[in-house]
Design a binder for this molecule. Structure first.
Ligand code: HEM
Length: 492
C-alpha cells in the first residue's frame, strides 16, 4: 500500500511564498482564513499547506472530518511536538500527547475516569452550584449599584473557580468564606498563568515551523519566556500537591475527593501493571493540562451563549419561559429543559471554542479521500467551518436552536456526527466534555432565569459586536458588557 500511495495526487494547495510557505495566509483568525483559502482553491474537503518547513493538511467538511477522526483515526492520533508545550508540560508532552505509549493510555484513562465521574458526583455538583451562587450574588450587587456588568469577566472568574476546585479541591478544613477569599487570590494567579500559557502555545515559535532554525528561539526569547512561566506554574502546583499531602497525612477526611487526591491515591498504589510510574512531575503536568484545557473552553462557550441570546431576544424569551417554568424541578432536570440543551448545542455549532481542534500529526504515509498524505504532516480539522457547512446545515450562519429540536434532533456532539465536532472525535475526543457541558448548562440556566439582560445605552440587539479575538481559541474580541435586571416571580 505504501508503494501505491506515492502515485496518488496530493491535496490541492494554495501557492505559498518561498521559505515561509503559506504561513502568512493563515492570518490572525486561522479558522476563517483557512475556510476562505479552501473555498478559493477547490479544496473544500482537504487542503494541503506548507507552514514554514512543515507540511500541513486542513479538513474543512464533515466527510473530511470523518476521514481523519474515524476512518484514519489511528494514523492521526498523535499530537505534533511543540517546543513551548514541551517546556510547559514538564517535558511530558508525550504523556499527554503521544498516542501509543503506555504512559499516554494510562494518563488518559486516569483523566477521563476522574473527570467523568466528577461531573456526576454530588460533591462537584455542589461545588458548581456554590460557584454559580457566588457569581449571581456579585452580579446582583453590581446591578443594585446600577453598574454595567462585565459579563465576560464574571464568566471567566466562574469557569476558572470551578476548574480550580474540581482539580485542586476546596480547603475542606476552613469555612467557605475564608476559602472564597484565598481561592480568589489563587484564581487570579491561575488566570494570569493560563493566559500566558495560551499566548505561548498560540504564539509563534520559529522552531515549530522551521525545525532547522530551532536555535533562533533562544534568540527571540520565546524559550526563556516559556521557562519563566513554567517555574511559576511549578511553584503553584507544588504548593497544591503539598497541601493535599499534608491533609492526607492529617485527618484523612476525604468525603469530596478531587483530582489531586485521585492522582496521589494512584501514586500510592504504585507500579501499575503496565509499569507506569506516576512521578511528581507527571502529576503536575496532568494538573497543568486540566487547568489550561478546562477554563478557557468553558468560559468561551458561556460568553457566546450569552451573546447570541442577547442578540436574539425571542430566543432569550423562549429560554427564560422554559427555565422559569421548570425552576422548581431543579437544575439537574435536563429532561425538562430541552430548549436549554438546544441553545447550548447551537452555540457550540456556531462558536466552537477551539475552532481548529488541537493539531494532530500523521504517523505514517496514508491515503485519505484518494489523496496521498505523508508521514509527519500536521493536521487541522476546521470544526468551525464544518459546523457552518452549507451542504449539511440549513441557514448555517443563523442562530436557530430550534433546529436541534426539529430536523437535526438526532444530531449531537458526542463524536458520532461529523458535521458537528466541537469536542473533536475518536481517540482524541475531549475527555472533559461531560464536565464542561454540565458547568455551561448550570451557569447559563441561572443567569438566564434570574436576570433580564440588556445592552447598555439602549443599543439595538443586532448591533452587538460579534467578532472573535485572534488566536487558536475564539473568545469575543471585545468583552460582553450588559445591564442585568434581577427577575422576581411576582413581576409576571
Ligand atoms: C465546553 C467546554 C469544552 C470544549 C468545547 C472542549 C473542547 C476540546 C477540544 C476540541 C479538544 C481537542 C479534541 C481533538 O483534537 O479531537 C479538547 C481536548 C482536551 N480537553 Fe476539552 N473542551 C471543553 C472542556 C474541557 C474540560 C472542562 C476539561 C478538563 C477538566 C477538558 C480537558 C481536555 C483535555 C485534557 C484535552 C486533551 C485530550 C487529548 O489530547 O487527548 N476539556 N477539548
Amino acid at each position: 500500500a505504501g508503494r501505491n500511495t506515492r502515485r496518488l495526487p496530493v491535496p490541492p494547495s494554495p501557492r505559498g511564498l518561498p521559505l515561509i510557505g503559506n504561513l502568512r495566509q493563515v492570518g490572525a483568525l486561522p479558522h476563517r482564513a483557512l475556510r476562505a483559502l479552501a473555498a478559493a482553491h477547490g479544496a473544500s474537503d482537504l487542503m494541503g499547506l506548507r507552514l514554514g518547513q512543515v507540511p500541513a493538511l486542513v479538513a474543512s467538511s464533515p466527510s473530511a472530518a470523518a476521514a481523519i477522526m474515524r476512518e484514519h483515526d489511528g494514523a492521526f492520533a498523535t499530537r505534533p511536538y511543540f517546543r513551548t508545550a514541551e517546556i510547559l508540560t514538564y517535558g511530558f508532552q508525550d504523556l499527554v500527547f503521544a498516542p501509543h505509549g503506555e504512559h499516554w493510555r494510562h494518563a488518559r484513562r486516569i483523566c477521563s475516569a476522574h473527570v467523568l465521574s466528577a461531573a456526576r458526583s454530588n460533591g462537584h455538583h455542589g461545588t458548581r452550584e456554590r460557584e454559580v451562587a457566588a457569581m449571581v450574588r456579585a452580579i446582583r450587587e453590581s446591578s443594585a449599584a446600577s453598574e454595567v456588568v462585565d459579563v465576560s469577566k464574571a464568566l471567566y472568574g466562574f469557569a476558572n473557580a470551578v476548574i480550580c476546585r474540581a482539580v485542586s479541591g476546596t480547603g475542606r478544613n476552613s469555612s467557605w468564606e475564608e476559602e472564597e477569599a484565598a481561592g480568589k487570590k489563587r484564581s487570579e494567579l491561575f488566570r494570569e498563568l493560563i493566559e500566558e500559557n495560551t499566548a505561548l502555545l498560540g504564539g509563534f515559535c520559529v522552531g515549530d515551523y522551521f525545525p532547522s532554525l530551532a536555535w533562533a528561539d533562544a534568540l527571540s526569547g520565546a524559550g526563556a519566556r516559556a521557562w519563566r512561566n513554567f517555574r511559576r506554574w511549578d511553584e503553584l502546583l507544588e504548593k497544591v500537591v503539598q497541601e493535599h499531602e499534608a491533609r492526607r497525612r492529617g485527618d484523612g477526611d476525604s468525603e469530596e475527593e478531587d483530582f489531586v487526591d485521585v492522582l496521589l491515591t494512584l501514586q500510592a498504589a504504585e507500579r501499575q501493571d503496565d509499569g507506569f510510574e506516576l512521578t511528581r512531575d507527571a502529576i503536575k503536568s496532568l494538573l497543568a493540562d486540566m487547568f489550561a484545557a478546562g477554563t478557557e473552553t468553558t468560559f468561551i462557550a458561556l460568553e457566546w451563549a450569552m451573546s447570541e441570546l442577547v442578540r436574539n431576544p425571542s430566543t432569550m424569551h423562549k429560554l427564560q419561559r422554559e427555565l422559569r417554568r421548570s425552576s422548581d424541578t431543579g437544575a439537574s432536570a435536563s429532561a425538562t429543559t430541552p430548549y436549554l440543551q438546544a441553545v447550548v448545542k447551537e452555540t457550540l455549532r456556531l462558536h466552537p471554542p477551539v475552532p481548529l481542534l488541537l493539531p494532530r500529526e500523521c504517523m505514517r504515509d496514508v491515503t485519505v479521500m484518494n489523496f496521498h498524505v505523508a508521514k509527519g504532516t500536521r493536521v487541522f480539522v476546521n470544526a468551525w467551518a464544518v459546523g457552518r457547512d452549507p451542504a449539511s446545515w440549513s441557514a448555517p450562519e443563523e442562530f436557530r436552536p430550534e433546529r436541534f429540536l426539529e430536523e437535526e434532533r438526532e444530531v449531537d456532539f458526542r463524536g458520532a456526527h461529523f458535521k458537528f465536532v466541537p469536542f473533536g472525535a475518536g481517540r482524541r475526543v475531549c475527555p472533559g466534555m461531560q464536565f464542561g457541558l454540565a458547568t455551561v448548562e448550570l451557569a447559563l440556566a441561572s443567569l438566564v432565569r434570574m436576570f433580564d439582560w440588556e445592552i447598555p445605552g439602549g443599543a439595538a440587539p443586532e448591533e452587538l459586536d460579534m467578532s472573535d479575538a485572534p488566536g487558536l481559541t475564539t473568545p469575543r474580541r471585545v468583552p460582553l458588557r450588559l445591564v442585568a435586571k434581577p427577575f422576581s416571580c411576582e413581576e409576571q
